[in-house]
Design a protein around this ligand. Structure first.
Ligand code: DX5
Ligand code: ZN
Length: 218
């Protein structure tokens, strides 16, 4: 079986106690950090100074999800501060391949994210340029929304391209992932699962374990 990763999103954590909230997810694979600019999405979270402090105290590596415009300008800084992976949205970069190459040069894994309305077609042949693809299963911007099963055909298209090209690119899903939906995404080819409200809505360590078994049982 391919390795499966559970990446809790701290968007659902208590922002005034971030260090404690990070320690509660020490059994996760990575911590998913949602950066929003109130421009690319209608919500605002944090920027480089806070992410740098998260990087300094987190027990697990950082999976940074940039929901910001002008990714060309901002994404490299997150790689430089030590993020394990930096994912930007397809529409937010002037030249996604050039930006991915720059992120890899700095030493981060490069990810490309697709909103529900984004056509996967142009990116299938570009898969070798990326270390991960994030298929959004909600409209980006907010936690606690419902999983969009319609996105599974997009995930399957990436899973087929990945197999055809013989790549080990990670296929990530983000939005509405719970013990009830994670198996649907795993069955469609996802191997990396972001979950915010499902993890922080209970005892994080227990929720992470439950998500792991539900993903493995698909
Ligand atoms: C939404 C963010 C997600 C969010 C997911 O735009 O990208 O990472 O935290 O939250 P849940 O798991 O609650 O849908
Ligand atoms: Zn996210």
């Amino acid at each position: 079986m391919t390795a499966q990763r559970i990446n809790p999103s701290i968007l659902s954590a208590d922002f005034v106690n971030l260090q404690h909230e990070l320690e509660r997810i020490a059994t996760a694979d990575l911590v998913h950090v949602d950066v929003m600019d109130n421009h690319f999405v209608p919500n605002l979270t944090m920027g480089p100074p806070i992410v740098e402090r998260i990087q300094a105290v987190s027990p697990v590596p950082l999976d940074v999800h940039l929901m910001i415009a002008d990714a060309d300008r901002w994404a490299p800084g997150y790689a430089e501060l030590g993020a394990f992976s930096v994912t930007f949205h397809a529409e937010a970069a002037a030249d996604p391949v050039a930006l991915a190459r720059r992120l890899r040069e700095i030493g981060a894994r490069a990810g490309i994210a697709l909103k529900p309305g984004t056509d996967p077609e142009p990116y299938l042949e570009l898969l070798p340029e990326f270390d991960q693809v994030l298929v959004m299963t909600v409209e980006p911007g907010f936690g606690g929304q419902s999983f969009m099963p319609d996105m599974m055909s997009k995930l399957r298209a990436f899973a087929e391209a990945k197999a055809r090209l013989g790549l080990d690119v990670w296929l990530q899903v983000d939005g509405g992932i719970t013990v009830d939906t994670i198996g649907i995404a795993a069955e469609a080819g996802a191997d990396t699962f972001v979950a915010g409200s499902a993890v922080y809505g209970g005892v994080p360590e227990e929720r992470i374990a439950q998500l792991r078994s539900a993903a493995a049982a698909h």
